[in-house]
Design a protein around this ligand. Structure first.
Ligand code: ATP
Length: 359
């Protein structure tokens, strides 16, 4: 168990910043996901923590000890990469034992530790297999065991399941979460899959252009996105542009209360916060498509100005293509210059519920 502290870390390549003035405290046993689009600096940040890249500024501490200048093998970190890079001329046992042999650990202890690590990743009978005889998922399990066997204080995972199919990826990430919680190991997990982050993380760091837009638990990121970017990147979100005057949006379909200074804003609402009612007035919204998912229906509607929105509705009402509907947003956000400037009371209530544990 260990606490990781990242203080004002930057990394420049030539004139451009890959990571910009990044700070984060990761608690003992916490799992933090670094989430962001390609090129946002996730891998560079992880590589700096693992010692594979030197920060241009700032420092990295584990349990208050500065490790910024240490090489990877002297750090209390273990890293699992996207491509597993197992040794093909060694069997599974020796792949996992390699790091321990270098540390000149007694043979009997190596055997015990490797067997424990194999059991942990569900590969107890695979020690004698060559790595070329393993499936992709099994190879990633071996890579994980190879890191865990060294008992790192901090586990660093860089999109470890990116090359696997969806089903296997979901299973492995649940296994990793399980192992991580059982060992109580402080973990940083890089992903660009929002589902993965929402399913795994105690907290999510949403990265953009080397900086962070928001650091918060998954439900907070979903319910209280601090920026327009976060709102659009995590979960499904509808956006419309509107002018705000005297505290009211001038959008013809969404005359919402937005008590902010007059000017342009982006209004945003989740599909589940968009309620549809039948309308007789032409020139409102028209149903484009309705898909039944059993538990709910997703209805695409086209506004008069051509914008297409998604509503989540109960499954029992079938909205036929071409029917006229009036959309109402029951909970919404308003953004200006990427920043949240207003959140409706309804989403505020959700927040209160969450805080008091009623959801
Ligand atoms: N060795 C390097 N030399 C020059 N530029 C680099 C180097 N490594 C990364 N970069 C740049 O730094 C930025 C951040 O890259 P990084 O790989 O950290 O992003 P990422 O969020 O992990 O992306 P992905 O999801 O595609 O892996 C990118 O613009 C990238 O081109």
């Amino acid at each position: 168990m260990a606490r990781l502290t990242i203080k004002g870390v930057s990394k420049t390549f030539g004139a451009s910043f890959a990571v910009r003035d990044f700070s984060l405290d990761v608690d003992d046993g916490e799992l933090v996901c670094l989430l962001g689009p390609s090129g946002s600096g996730k891998s560079t940040l992880l590589r700096m923590i693992g010692g594979f890249e030197r920060p241009s500024a700032g420092s990295i501490l584990v349990d208050a000890k500065d490790i910024t200048a240490l090489p990877p093998e002297k750090r209390p970190t273990g890293m699992v990469f996207q491509s597993h890079a197992l040794w093909t001329h060694m069997d599974v046992f020796n792949n996992i034992a390699f790091g321990l042999k270098i540390r000149r650990m007694p043979k009997s202890e190596i055997k015990e530790r490797v067997e424990n690590a194999l059991a942990l990743v569900g590969l107890s009978n695979y020690g004698n297999r060559m790595t070329t005889q393993l499936s992709g998922g099994q190879q990633q399990r071996v890579a994980l065991a190879r890191s865990l066997v060294l008992e790192p204080k901090i586990l660093l995972l860089d999109e470890p399941f990116a090359s696997l199919d969806q089903h296997l990826r979901e299973r492995l990430r649940e296994e990793v979460r399980d192992i991580q919680q059982r060992l109580g190991i402080t973990t940083l997990f890089v992903t660009h899959g929002q589902d993965e982050a929402l399913a795994l993380a105690d907290r999510i760091v949403v990265m953009r252009d080397g900086g962070t837009d928001q650091i918060a638990p998954p439900d907070v990121i979903y319910r209280e996105p601090k920026t327009e970017f976060v709102a659009g990147f995590i979960g499904s979100m509808n956006f419309v542009r509107a002018n705000i005057r005297n505290g009211i949006s001038e959008h013809p379909d969404f005359p919402l209360a937005v008590p902010v200074e007059d000017g342009d804003a982006v209004l945003a609402f989740r599909p589940e916060a968009l309620v549809l009612s039948p309308s007789k007035t032409p020139n409102t919204a028209i149903v484009h498509r309705s898909i039944d998912f059993g538990t709910h229906r997703i209805v695409d509607i086209d506004l008069a100005d051509g914008a297409r929105l998604k509503a989540m509705t109960p499954p029992d009402v079938d909205w036929t293509r071409g029917s006229l509907v009036e959309p109402t947003a029951t909970a919404y956000f308003a953004f200006r210059d990427n920043k949240l400037i207003h959140q409706s009371a309804a989403s505020g209530e959700l927040q209160t519920n969450r805080v008091f544990g009623h959801v």
